[in-house]
Design a protein around this ligand. Structure first.
Ligand code: XMP
Length: 319
């Protein structure tokens, strides 16, 4: 039977109402499609009894906090917006090792969220768990390549009862539900984004200054590839972004010597992120990405390289 998003929404809202009779539900939203669809379904079912929490770690994509605020206002969602940028930046000061960065960010996120849950006296926790999340993690066969942090993966030790309205769905279905709920395309079709955010797209220490650089570089890569795909010049990759490398190299800025950072562009085709092939981006598009990055970020970046490694052996993210 084909998937019917309209029917799914009706059933999910009714089911949430049956599950959450008394008490408040909180849900961490990140701007990604899974947590946003979950929050909108819970908002429809519970109204003010549902509190969506957006923790701005400072490592979000360009425009993400603003678009979450805008959406919450438009659909009358009870949103608590926590500006935790300073806390996250200071906790990563001097930290270069990727696993330590991941653990610090994940730990601080949970601490921040737990505090809000307590303040709200929440009894339920909404999660945007999808079918592949529990099917894959149920096997117990996967070795830890890196510590994943996901706002949908908060610890069950929080003693909150879970509400997971999209747990039987796959990504393409959750996107259809999002469309049916009237969510904008930039949320419904959003590419995957790691929980630790831009912090793991800066190789080495993630200083606030470097975060601004990589945020802008990622936005340029997104814009250029999305426009090229819309013009029919290439198929949109599964994931595409920029990484700021710690190495610097010699260049020329005006008539002066420059010593700037290097940005690596990463774009891959994949089905589920477990394996990936690097995308063959046409030369003219790579060139305009390189031109824009070195022009718009000229004080910081003077070299752009393209990552032509598939997974395995390389992971999609660099850290
Ligand atoms: P890797 O780098 O492991 O990435 O090849 C596979 C996919 O997972 C995403 N990713 C994460 N997603 N929390 C997440 O929710 C994380 O900590 C995390 N780390 C990587 C990555 O962007 C890619 O889509």
């Amino acid at each position: 039977m084909p998937f019917e998003p309209k029917q799914f929404i009706e059933d999910a809202v009714a089911q949430i109402k049956r599950t959450v009779r008394i008490g408040k539900t909180i849900i961490a939203v990140s701007g990604g499609v899974d947590s946003t669809v979950t929050a909108v379904l819970m908002n429809e079912a519970l109204g003010k009894k549902c509190v969506a929490v957006f923790v701005d770690t400072g490592f979000m994509r360009k425009g993400e906090p603003e678009s979450m605020r805008e959406l919450a206002g438009r659909i009358n969602m009870n949103l608590r917006f926590i500006d935790a940028k300073k806390k996250f930046y200071s906790s990563l000061k001097g930290v270069k090792e990727p696993e330590r960065k991941r653990k610090i960010i994940g730990g601080l996120f949970i601490k921040t969220f737990e505090k809000i849950a307590k303040e709200e006296k929440a009894k339920f926790l909404g999660q945007g768990t999808l079918a592949p999340d529990w099917i894959e993690s149920g096997t117990g066969m996967r070795a830890t390549i890196k510590s994943h942090h996901n706002v949908g993966g908060l610890p069950s030790g929080m003693k909150l009862r879970l509400v997971e309205p999209v747990r039987e769905l796959y990504k393409d279905e959750v996107r259809k539900v999002g469309k049916e709920l009237g969510l904008p395309d930039n949320i419904c079709n959003r590419q995957p984004f790691p929980g630790p955010g831009l912090a793991i797209r800066i190789v080495g220490e993630a200083t606030p200054e470097k975060v601004e650089v990589v945020r802008e570089a990622c936005a340029i890569v997104e814009e250029e590839l999305e426009q090229a795909a819309a013009r029919g010049e290439m198929e949109l990759p599964w994931q595409y972004f920029a990484v700021l490398l710690p190495s610097r190299s010699v260049g020329v800025l005006g008539d002066k010597r420059a010593y700037g950072y290097t940005v690596a562009v990463r774009a891959v085709y994949s089905v589920d992120g477990m394996t990936a092939q690097y995308a063959r981006i046409p030369d003219n598009i790579l060139e305009s990405i390189s031109n824009r990055i070195t022009r718009e970020l000229k004080e910081d970046v003077n070299r752009v390289v393209y990552d032509i490694t598939s997974k395995p052996p390389a992971c999609i993210e660099w850290e």
